[in-house]
Write a new protein. Structure first.
Lengths: 373, 274
């Protein structure tokens, strides 16, 4: 792949004795779209602010193009930021907001003019030059914020939950727009979000964070298909996570039954977490099933039904396009590639049981509105 | 229903305003436009104002200079307070207000005690060998009195404007290449304009009509329009001329605040008065 641009080495950050970042090691390649993904308070925004120069890490180094930039102030970094809720200058119109960085850099007037108009075209805001900021919609403000940062042709663009304040429809449009702009300009994007779907659909690389530590780094497909621990499995998509024992390579035992799987490299009889994605489970008549359970709740989701099935007191989430009413007894079959094995971690036992299914959904919607400081 | 309740509750003040402000204003206008002896309508009083124009200009000049000095002194203070912790902000705010808890007359008299020829400052100057200086009865003393008395009126609106400036705007400016001087000149100062305008207004308006400060700290050449008006009513025994002068002064204040509001109209946020 392309060359390394930024590297974070053993980064820690403490506020008032509280550890916000705990040994972050991470590198960013040129032209890459990398997303820092995690729940509120996981340290993703802090990481971004350190890269932007707004915070100085308690220990560790930030290198940019091979040089340590810990003490370089923000205005001397070849990095621009799209701030949470935009932070547009209310005393300037659209044109002057976008031209701000170029004017500070004292570029010739005709070049400023050319680049601002170019940028207005890219973000589809032609004709809005003289609009006041407070006369713009959220989506338009968002695009001004992106234009204001991009017009400086930075090496790296930092985006701090830039779409969080937009409604769902607009958010989808802007996701495509951002991806398109990133590919057209080749600028490295470092994107912070708590929205896993956004992270998966836009990024080249996803970094999953929690409690100030990196939980997993990988391509979106890898993160989804091969989660490293129960936290990642639960945070990215839906997962049933069960206790199991790895008997030998390609053999796992859970729910009192042996299954074939595609994982290897575990110690014999090592206790493991078994992840089964709700959409991978095949429903079959009870007699043909590996396991037999009873449906306890059904939720219509549009594309599919979310059904909760009780297997010996452990509740699974299964997604199916066929309707199975509450009280129905069903069987399920698991193919080897549907079963994913993870080492035990500090997160084991915390996630993956759908006994309190509805409550968990409520929590997720609450979280979505949160803003991380 | 809600609207009616609000009207009902504000009735006492409205009645008060009519009896003690609007009607007296009418009386002032009546005096200004009538002859002292006959009580007949005349423009004589207004025509006679010409001779007081130099005094009026002097008042405007002194007040503007004072407002400007207040701005220079007050802005850093307001900026400093706005960037302290919440508790420190409250304490500092109180400290700025503190002089206003003392009588205005007393504060001005205290300066007389300090500045007069046999006052404390001159005593000290003599002791250290510089000798006594003419401090009181100078234009500088009048401006000093104005600045001292009205500085809080500058600091408070400035503070309330600066404290509301979103810190992320400052970060955004840094992000876009501004060093700290540029952050100030391109973002903080423009966003402080509403506070600056209302601060200037709040210093200028009371300063331009004051008479006590100039009487106590000024000399014969620092007579202000407020002094002239007071004299017409008390010694000159020509309330009609005094009323005419008052009207002109009021008009001036209206024009000034009007101009200020016009400048500030674009930036509706912040500021104590609008």
């Amino acid at each position: 792949m392309s060359k390394e641009l930024i590297r974070l080495r053993d980064l820690t950050m403490e506020f008032d004795g509280e550890r916000i970042l705990d040994g972050i090691n991470l590198y960013f390649n040129d032209h890459e779209f990398l997303t820092l993904l995690g729940p509120s308070g996981c340290g993703k925004t802090t990481t971004l602010r350190i890269i932007g120069g707004f915070l100085t890490p308690t220990s560790g180094t930030v290198t940019f193009d091979g040089k340590v930039i810990n003490d370089v102030p923000p205005y001397q970094r070849q990095i621009n930021t799209v701030f949470q809720r935009y932070a547009l200058f209310p005393h300037l119109d659209v044109y002057d907001n976008i031209a701000f960085g170029l004017k500070v850099a004292k570029l010739p007037k005709d070049e400023i003019d050319r680049r601002v108009h170019e940028m207005l075209e890219i973000v589809s805001l032609k004709g809005y030059e003289n609009r006041r900021i407070d006369n713009l919609s959220g989506g338009q403000q968002q695009r001004v914020a992106i234009a204001r940062a991009l017009v400086n042709q930075p090496k790296v663009l930092l985006l701090d939950e830039p779409l969080a304040a937009l409604d769902l429809r607009l958010r989808k449009d802007m996701q495509n727009e951002l991806k398109r702009i990133q590919q057209a300009t080749g600028i490295t994007f470092i994107y912070v979000t708590h929205d896993q779907e956004e992270a998966l659909s836009m990024s080249d690389t996803v970094v999953v964070m929690d409690k100030g530590r990196i939980q997993q780094i990988g391509r979106p497909e890898d993160i989804y298909n091969e989660p490293k621990n129960a936290f990642v499995a639960d945070f990215i998509g839906e997962s049933n996570i069960l206790d199991g024992t790895m008997l030998s390579d390609y053999k796992v035992r859970f729910f009192g039954r042996n299954f074939d799987c595609v994982d290897k490299g575990f110690a014999p009889n090592e206790p493991v977490d078994v992840v089964i994605r709700p959409e991978d489970i095949d429903i079959v008549p009870p007699l043909e099933g590996h396991l037999v359970g009873t449906v306890t709740s059904v939720t219509f989701k549009g594309l599919n039904y979310d059904i909760i099935v009780d297997f010996r007191g452990f509740k699974w989430l299964i997604q199916t396009t066929d309707f199975h009413g509450v009280g129905t007894t069903i069987g399920i079959r698991l193919n080897p590639e549907d079963i994913h094995i993870m080492h035990k971690s500090e997160y084991s036992g915390m996630f993956g049981d759908y006994s309190s299914y509805s409550a968990e959904y409520d929590e997720l919607t609450e979280d979505a509105g949160d803003e991380e400081e | 229903m809600k609207k009616n309740n609000a009207l009902l509750l504000s009735t006492p003040y409205i009645v008060f305003m009519v009896i003690f402000t609007l009607i007296p204003l009418g009386v002032v206008a009546y005096y200004a436009l009538t002859d002292p002896a006959t009580g007949a309508f005349t423009l004589e009083n207004v025509k006679n104002l010409g001779m007081y124009m130099p005094v009026l200009w002097q008042s405007i000049l002194y007040s503007l200079v004072s407002a400007f000095i207040c701005l220079l002194l007050g802005y850093p203070v307001a900026y400093f307070i706005a960037h302290q912790s919440a508790t420190a902000q409250k304490i500092l705010y109180m400290l700025v207000m503190l002089p206003m808890c003392m009588s205005f007359l007393l504060r001005t008299l205290a300066w007389v005690g300090l500045l007069q020829d046999t006052g404390i400052i001159n005593d000290i100057l003599e002791t250290i060998g510089i000798g006594r200086l003419q401090l009181i009865r100078t234009p500088a003393a009048v401006v000093l009195g104005m600045v001292y008395n009205y500085l809080p009126y500058m600091i408070l609106p400035l503070y309330s404007t600066i404290v509301k400036i979103d810190h992320r705007l400052i970060e955004a400016a840094e992000d876009l290449g501004c060093n700290s001087v540029q952050v100030f000149s391109k973002v903080v100062l423009p966003l402080s304009v509403p506070g600056i305008l209302s601060g200037i207004t709040m210093v200028f308006v009371p300063a331009v009509s004051t008479f006590y400060i100039s009487q106590k700290l000024g000399g014969t050449d620092t007579v202000l329009i407020g002094d002239v008006i007071e004299r017409q009513f008390k010694q000159g025994n020509n309330p009609n001329l005094g009323a005419a002068l008052s009207l002109v002064l009021m008009l001036l204040v209206f024009v000034c605040t009007g101009i200020m509001n016009r400048f500030g109209a674009d930036d509706e946020e912040g500021g104590v008065i609008a």
